[in-house]
Design a protein around this ligand. Structure first.
Ligand code: HPA
Length: 248
């Protein structure tokens, strides 16, 4: 079964016929909300709103461990994250969708591993390719089938938030090789790998990152919200095609 973790502006899935909700308790505390089980066009899906169903949890306070643990405990194998980002690379303007293939982690102070505490063995996961290539390929195929333009690849810079970045920080991230910037990509991706889940992301560009394009002097958050609401319609179409491809 496929799980979808929805980010900002995606607190419910269009066309999801809900069958039940389940509150899961984990050794790491409470997930962002109950898991919502249901079907899209006959294909089973689980949904979780990353920021809570009322969008009340900021990126640095999300219990990423509890969220991933809850999904893994339900024997879910594949997780698709939908996240909003600021565009850095020229071909990632507001409204674009991307399937990133790399991550640079600039976050700090987040609970970022399941392997801590004296009772756990020292464990190093391979994270060379932070997103599952097979799941990425499925998302790209779903985008093609649903005629939604999507950028294949890109490096996601994960920042701490909740504030947006300075223009200098974005220049630095660009120099590091970052193509887009968001606040929730890590430690979610690493925890998914630790838990043995296939994980990939659909990034929705809601604004030019600080200092770029029309964000040269300021990021217009109201405009970003408008862009996002339009773009999310395209995400819904990709997800609908994806659950079909996933069920094949
Ligand atoms: N920076 C960080 N996270 C974001 C942005 C941004 O510009 N836009 C959407 N999420």
């Amino acid at each position: 079964m496929l799980a979808i973790i929805g980010g900002t502006g995606l607190t419910r899935l269009k066309n999801l016929q809900i069958t039940h909700r389940q509150v899961i308790r984990t050794p790491y505390g409470e997930p962002s909300g109950a898991l919502t089980f249901g079907e899209i066009n006959g294909h089973q899906v689980v949904f979780l709103a990353r920021h809570g169903y009322g969008h009340t949890i900021p990126p640095h306070e999300i219990n990423y461990r509890a969220n991933i643990w809850a999904l893994a405990e339900q024997k879910i194998k594949r997780v698709v994250s939908v996240c909003t980002v600021g565009g850095i690379r020229d071909d990632l303007p507001p409204g674009a969708l991307a399937v990133p293939d790399q991550i640079i982690d600039y976050t700090y102070g987040r609970k970022h591993t399941f392997f801590e505490g004296g009772d756990k063995p020292v464990t190093h996961i391979d994270f060379t390719e932070p997103y599952c290539p097979k799941l990425r390929a499925r998302i790209l195929r779903a985008a093609k089938l649903s005629h939604q333009p999507i950028v294949d690849g890109g490096c996601y810079g994960a920042t701490q938030g909740p504030r947006l970045e300075t223009a200098a920080e974005i220049r630095r991230i660009a120099q590091d090789g970052g193509d887009m910037v968001g606040m929730t990509g890590m430690p979610e991706a690493a925890l998914a790998r630790e838990a043995g889940l296939s994980y990939a992301a659909v990034a929705v560009v809601s604004n030019w990152a600080a200092g770029r394009g029309d964000s040269a002097h300021q990021v217009d958050l109201a405009a970003a919200e408008g862009v996002f609401h339009e773009a999310i319609e395209h995400v819904h179409r990709v997800l609908e095609a994806l659950v079909k491809v996933d069920g094949d």
